[in-house]
Write a new protein. Sequence first.
Lengths: 196, 235
Amino acid sequence: MPILPMAVVTTLGCVPDAATPNDVVALPLCVTGFQPNARLSVRLGAIYDASSDYLYDGSLAPFYSTPSCAGEDGMQTGSIVTFVLNGAATGAVGDSCAASRAHLDPDSLMVDDSLAGVIARPGVSIAAAYGNGSLNGRPTSAVRGLFTPNKMPRSTPVSRELPPLVVIRELRWQDPKTEEVEACFDSWIGSWESTP
Amino acid sequence: MPGTFLAESMDSSGRIAVEDGYSLGDTMTNRAFQWMKKLGHAATLLFCAYWLIATSAPNVPARDCFTGIGAKDTLRVVLGGPDSSQTPQVPSCQGLDGLVNDAALTFTLSQGPRSESAGCYGYETQSIVGTSDVTLAAAGPSSVWSNALTTVDGAFSSSRSSGCRGTWSIILEPDFELGSDQKVSPLDASSAERWTVVRSMDVAQAQFCDGVFSQTGNLQCQDRFLVQSITAVTP
């Protein structure tokens, strides 16, 4: 096989494929039963991980290892987050559904609906709020997701079973020195502040 | 794909591009280039597949390492104590699945098609009697490089402790290097001709195993048993 054409083809194949807005499509909501503009206020409880009292669904976490964000955006056990749904459900081509787009109220970051990425699973993914802005002096992107792993968001949590409500948050920023993207992640057992 | 937010790059305004197929501020400017890249991706994949096959796939049939048993056979394996010659790297599984000293496992084995590999022509395990709360995965050939008589994967889910579950695997193999032309009979297993059973588990949430483990969360455990004896079971 000629080396030069092979090298060209190989190099082209290694160029990362740029994502395009065209790849985002309207999809049915993964979880129905909430009003399109509902305000979903959730209190963050215990950390939800493999050491949790509840059956852990690791697919809600990044597949790569990330440290805790240690509450640097204010989200930590005991705090209350409010997802305000906007009724839109857009996601990746190939997904069967999408979490409802939402924004947090309040939120120190700007809503950014061009972002995407929360896992979309029928019956599980309730809402996703994406944000961009400056956090602790560095440009940061954030995704905040609301899930119902047991597919019954209004049920009572039962030890050793999938929980009814989980909140996840991932922050990403670029290290100014190495230019590498860094991330942190946390997930919590959630409980409704008021039943929606 | 599991995960939530797969960033690939960040532009000057700090917006992050994710790589799972959508998002982010970028716009497609050159459709032809995109198609070229897709062709490039496909060509690269084909080339990589060719390369892997051409350079790493052994082209010799798996060799015969085992004698004394038929192409289909049922073996009763009595476990002995732990192999003290090797320092455990992970904790013991504490007999969660019934594998303890003096336990007897009955393997139903069959040889499938001979694969091309640098290892032994092993056996597929159709079933194992003697374990607790283990469901075997579909039988498959032994690992390409393995000298094992048989290896099999499965899943463990405790019937006593809700939520205590994980992946499970077992290997039955001679505990010595086999010469290139050497054949051994599992029926000769003894203290002089050592065989081992290595069973590994990946427990998803160890705290649900009700005091078996001191740590919480995901835990890998393993036991390496010396085999007391292997005998053929008459159907």
